[in-house]
Structure formats: structure tokens, C-alpha cells
Design a protein around this ligand. Sequence first.
Ligand SMILES: CC(C)(COP(=O)(O)OP(=O)(O)OC[C@H]1O[C@@H](n2cnc3c(N)ncnc32)[C@H](O)[C@@H]1OP(=O)(O)O)[C@@H](O)C(=O)NCCC(=O)NCCS
Length: 217
Amino acid sequence: MPDEPLELRPMRSRDAEDLATLRLATAEAGLLTAIGRRPLEVFFRLAADDPDTIGFVAREDGPLLGYALCTTAAVRLQRSAIRSSPRLWLAAAALAIRDPRLLGSAIRRLRALASPRRVPQDVEPALRLFDIAVTQDSRGRGLGRRLLDATIAAARERGYPAMGLSVLADNERALRLYGSSGFVPNQRGVRDDGQTYITMRLSLRMSGEPEGSDAGS
Ligand SMILES: CC(C)(COP(=O)(O)OP(=O)(O)OC[C@H]1O[C@@H](n2cnc3c(N)ncnc32)[C@H](O)[C@@H]1OP(=O)(O)O)[C@@H](O)C(=O)NCCC(=O)NCCS
């Protein structure tokens, strides 16, 4: 639309503050919203400069309208962000008091990220769509699709063989977006908080290319 120029471009470290705002605005109440801005800003600053991470943002004139980020380094980035914020443990405790069902998962997640011996085992493929989000008012206008398309194209260009993701089974909008972009469901599981999730995988190989080794991911 000529009167609403949309900027879709790779994420930069100076987007970190705006990305933290966007992420907090689009997150459901939970550990993420309890931890405060600081670790999120650190996470996005590191992610924007990380060679194993691909991120895109969408912006019109004002604030960011959406972003998508995929990475092979989610654990490393989250650990660095967590170490920057001792307040996280307090946030987990506060969360547990408000919603005791979340205590187990919050503590497990933080311990896994804090200890080198507790690295969560990412199943293949190693490149994961870590997150995609569009502000509430801008949904349904095709931004999510454009962000995802740009991320997939960049991943393919860099030679990654596949992209994986995990999505809650009741997130119909995201499931439709992923399905129509070629992601295929492969597993179902139940999170600590009782919510069912689905893992999905997209092959990034061009048709005719063999599904061989995943070198480069
Ligand atoms: C998922 C999300 C990123 C999609 O962004 P969006 O900008 O609304 O998506 P788009 O407008 O590009 O639409 C993409 C597809 O979503 C589906 N969709 C869009 N609006 C929908 C609606 N109201 N109901 C159901 N599906 C819908 C359609 O399949 C659409 O494809 P189409 O355009 O070919 O019909 C956005 O809804 C969001 O930020 N959700 C909250 C965060 C989230 O759940 N992220 C995913 C974590 S796994």
C-alpha cells in the first residue's frame, strides 16, 4: 500500500529495546512477562549480532509491528540473557506464588538454561523458528506470512537443510500459517503446564536435492 510503506528488514542490535516491548506486549502472562525487560533486551541484542541467528522485523512509521527469529543457538543466547539478570529467580518465585502450576516448569527451564550439564536436547533439525509475533492490531494483514517467508528464504540462502518449530495445539492462526508455508507436523507432546504442543518441520532443500547430511545446521 503506497500510503503505508512497510519496512521489512533484518533485525539489528539497536532494535533490541523495541523488540523487548513487542515481545512483552504479545506474550501471555508467564515467566517471560515476569522477568522484566532487561534479559529480553540482552537476548535480542545478542541475537541480532549472532552468526547462527536470522531475524527480521516489520515496521511502518512508528513502533515495530512484528518480528520473526530463527536460530541454532537458542540455548546459548538464552543463557547469556539469563546470566545478565539475577532478578530472574525472584521473578520465578513471584510467578510461582501467583500461579503455582507454573512453578515446576519455570524452575526446570531456568535450571536447564543455567547449568551447562542440563542443556535441553534439541531434536533435529537444529535450526528452529524461535519465535514469530505480530502486534494484536496488525494481525491478519499478511505481516506474519511476510516475516516467515523472509526468514525461510534467508535460512535457505544460508544453506540450512531444515527448520523446526514448536507450537501450541490450540494456536490455530499460527498452525494455519505454518501449514500453508509447508511445515509438516511430526510430534505431539504435553508441556509441564498441561498444554499440548506440536512440533513441525520444514525441509529447506530445493526439490530434487537429496535429503542427505545436515551439515551446516
Ligand atoms: C501467528 C501470527 C504471527 C500470525 O501473524 P499474522 O500477521 O496475523 O498472520 P497473516 O496475516 O500473515 O496470516 C497468515 C495466515 O494465518 C492464518 N490466519 C490469519 N488470520 C486468521 C484468523 N483470524 N483466524 C485463523 N487463521 C488466520 C491464515 O491461514 C493466514 O494465511 P492466508 O493469508 O493465506 O489466509 C500472529 O497471529 C501472532 O503474533 N500471534 C501471537 C504470537 C504467536 O502465537 N506466535 C506463534 C508462536 S508458535
